[in-house]
Design a protein around this ligand. Structure first.
Ligand SMILES: Cc1ncc(COP(=O)(O)O)c(C=O)c1O
Length: 392
């Protein structure tokens, strides 16, 4: 045990020296759009609560109502005695919003990707090892699902549909093939070429699986997301929908199969009724939130423009997620500390979450921020840039 402690200690020291050590920071209650840490209030540019729903009275009211009716927890896995009626109601709404035959609610986006992909790629069921062609920058949870299935992915250059097609065309004819992508990439805010991916998947008899975690609620008609034409859609209720939990939407056969084989459903307690209440309320609110969606996109576009005009690199962002790509982790940390000293909260994202040499500040835009908040942020970044000179 002692020896093992030393191994972990040396790893931690190494993280510290490379400016890569992660820390948990306690958050105090604050209004939407703000964050309070250590008694100090900051403007929050690091939240995925894009529509400001986490404090919405309807989410809180339904959460309380279902908690009082069914209790604080599900009490068991859904296949045992935890399948409260709200699961079915939410699943029907999700299936209909996504244009699929059926849907399944799961515990979190991470768990959904981990366990749904593991079940879908099961070699014992497929009777061969499937070909998995995946965007290089897919979320860690998608890699986790592939690893759990014991599959080595073929990874294509980020957003490069031609490269994806080349890799797919090399797949042995007698094995199943899957194409995996996010719709909106979580660390870059850019959008997958969905139309092209749909075409090449269908041309190559591959199944397209899209993770719409950052599209759902915020993009597409009435916030329905961007994955409609994918064969299997995975997404979460923890970002624009303001609470927690995840779903997979697909054909009835795929959903029935997952009920038999998806470990995250079978071996884990169902979501608490309180959470299901918030999810249900958020889904019902989505069509009414057009003004919020427009505001989010307007603010993000203004910020991107201003940053590009002074020579900051925002990658290919076209959504509410806008990275300022800095490069060295140390410099990203310095900029985030500077902004904190001016009451702006934004997270420095460093390797291994993003590729080496692309450490960045990941700004997110939400309906809870005012135009004045964005202008203040832009002013600070312009001042910083002027003081520090051109980006290296
Ligand atoms: C693309 C993507 N998929 C899945 C997840 C995981 O979702 P959750 O936070 O609900 O576990 C995230 C969250 O960071 C994500 O960005």
């Amino acid at each position: 045990m002692k020896q093992i402690e030393n191994v972990y200690k040396s790893f931690l020291q190494d993280c510290h020296e490379k400016n890569l050590r992660r820390k948990l920071i306690a958050i105090e209650p604050e209004k939407a759009g703000k964050i309070k840490v250590g008694g100090q209030t900051y403007l929050n540019f690091a939240s995925n609560d894009y529509l400001g729903l986490k404090h919405h009275p309807k989410l809180l009211e339904q959460s309380r109502k279902y908690g009082e009716k069914y209790g604080a927890g599900a009490g068991a896995s859904r296949l045992v005695t935890g399948n409260t009626p709200l699961f079915g109601e939410i699943e029907q709404k999700i299936a209909s919003l996504k244009g699929k035959q059926a849907a399944l609610v799961l515990a979190s986006g991470y768990q959904a990707n981990g366990t749904v992909l593991q079940a879908l790629f099961d070699k014992t069921i497929l009777k061969s090892s499937p070909t998995i062609v995946a965007d290089k920058l897919n979320h860690a949870s998608m890699h986790f699902g592939c690893a759990a299935a014991g599959i080595r992915q073929k990874r294509y250059r980020h957003l490069d549909a031609d490269h994806a097609e080349n890799l797919l065309s090399e797949a042995p004819a007698d094995t199943p093939a899957f194409l995996l992508t996010e719709t909106v990439f979580s660390m870059d805010g850019d959008i997958a070429p969905m139309k092209q991916l749909i075409n090449i998947a269908s041309k190559n008899q591959a199944t397209l699986i899209a993770d719409d975690a950052h599209g759902f609620g915020i993009l597409g008609k009435e916030g329905r997301g961007l994955a409609e034409e994918a064969d299997i859609i995975i997404g979460t209720f923890s970002k624009a929908l303001g609470s927690f939990g995840a779903y997979v939407a697909a054909s009835q056969t795929v959903i029935d199969y997952l009920i038999q084989r998806c470990g995250g459903l079978i071996y884990s307690t169902g979501l608490p009724p309180t959470t299901l209440g918030s999810i249900n309320a958020a889904i019902d609110l989505l069509p009414e939130l057009e003004a919020e969606r427009k505001q989010v996109q307007r603010n993000a576009a203004f910020f991107r423009n201003e940053m590009n005009n002074i020579g900051w690199d925002t990658g290919k962002s076209e959504t509410q997620i806008v990275p300022l790509i800095i490069g060295p982790a140390k410099e990203a940390m310095e900029l985030s500390e500077y902004l904190k000293s001016e009451n702006i909260w934004v997270t420095a994202i460093r390797p291994p979450t993003v590729p080496e040499g692309t450490a960045r500040l990941r700004f997110t835009f939400t309906a809870s921020q005012s135009e004045a908040d964005i202008e203040y942020l832009v002013k600070l970044l312009k001042q910083y840039k002027k003081k520090r000179g051109p980006q290296s």
